[in-house]
Ligand binder design. Structure first.
Ligand SMILES: Nc1ncnc2c1ncn2[C@@H]1O[C@H](COP(=O)(O)OP(=O)(O)OP(=O)(O)O)[C@@H](O)[C@H]1O
Ligand SMILES: [Mg+2]
Length: 299
């Protein structure tokens, strides 16, 4: 497998030797037993202060201790022990769509890096049984934040067990059409649903059933989630007044979808980034993180 040289290291890899970083035990998180399909990548990260006191936008309280019987939820401490009580998260984002291949994994991984870069420590939850995000982090020699795999239908009950002092959680959800129970569980938890859509007629045509699904899920929540469309793989890097990108934005808005101002252009930078460390600073995902944070502040 070939990985591009242009996606510069975020500093977690020893670039001189090309080998993954050794883990400083003082900064190491815990390693979960991989036997039951809920696993985590190792991560090197600084100790974090507790989050400033704002309430979580989760609908669910942490799973009671009785639900922690799963062997994968009983971590073997490598460095520090896992905090018993989970801290509230400020931001929770789920990339969802009915269909595969729309950019959920790419967007989840890049957004998590942008949040990290913005000083909001994220947890990245890979809930797709394909485990692409987890594999990406492994190939990249680790991300500068934790990544866990939770491809289960009760992720909304389990995820708080893993939050620690994270201030954001980003979900890579599997496609609803094949793994509805997992994707719906994520939608119960996340306060913001983001639907990546390519500005092309075939993708726009699929949006009606997504709207129906989102309506059904809102009815199961104590407080409504915000929902937005992210135009991904746009034809032009900048916003246009005419052409397919502008047409898609207009058509989606007319159908009642909230379309984010930020769009993600179709670029090799993103197409080739799987498996590599990410340099997010100058990318559109920094704009996306800014916009999402401001949206929440306004809400
Ligand atoms: N902005 C972009 N520009 C160019 N290529 C992109 C962009 N976003 C995603 N891609 C590419 O599109 C393909 C699908 O993306 P990705 O794997 O993130 O989608 P997905 O929704 O997670 O798919 P799946 O449902 O199969 O897990 C990948 O090859 C990815 O590299
Ligand atoms: Mg994916």
């Amino acid at each position: 497998m070939k990985y591009p040289a242009h996606t510069a290291s975020s500093g977690t890899r020893d670039r001189r030797s090309g080998s993954p970083p050794s883990v400083d035990p003082a900064h190491a998180t815990f390693r979960l037993r991989p036997s039951a399909g809920i696993c985590t990548s190792q991560v090197k990260e600084p100790r974090l202060p507790p989050p400033a006191g704002r309430l979580a936008h989760s609908n669910e309280s942490p799973a009671p201790p009785g639900e922690r019987g799963d062997p994968c939820l009983a971590p073997t401490p490598v460095g520090r022990p896992r905090p018993l009580a989970s801290a509230p998260v400020l931001f929770s984002y789920a990339f969802v769509n009915l269909k595969p291949g729309v950019g959920k994994t790419t967007s989840a991984v890049w957004l998590a890096h942008a949040l990290h870069e913005s000083g909001i420590p994220p947890l990245l939850v890979d809930s797709d049984p394909a485990s692409s995000a987890l594999r990406w982090s492994e190939l990249a020699g680790g991300f500068p934040f934790p990544v866990i795999a939770l491809p289960v239908g009760d992720v909304h009950r389990r995820v708080n067990d893993f939050l620690g002092h994270r201030q954001a959680v980003v979900f890579d959800a599997p496609q609803l059409e094949d793994h509805a129970h997992i994707a719906r569980s994520i939608m119960r938890y996340a306060s913001e649903w983001i639907v990546p859509v390519t500005p092309a007629p075939i993708e726009l045509d699929r949006m009606a059933p997504i709207g129906g699904e989102m309506g059904d899920m809102q009815s199961l929540r104590a407080t409504p989630a915000r929902a937005a469309v992210l135009l991904n793989r746009t034809n032009r890097p900048d916003a246009t007044r005419t052409g397919p990108d502008a047409d898609a934005r207009e058509a989606l808005t007319e159908r009642g979808f909230d379309v984010l101002s930020t769009h993600i252009p179709r670029l090799d930078l993103y197409a080739q980034s799987f498996g590599s460390p990410i340099e997010v600073k100058t990318s559109a995902y920094m704009d996306l993180a800014d916009e999402l944070i401001k949206r929440q502040d306004k809400a």
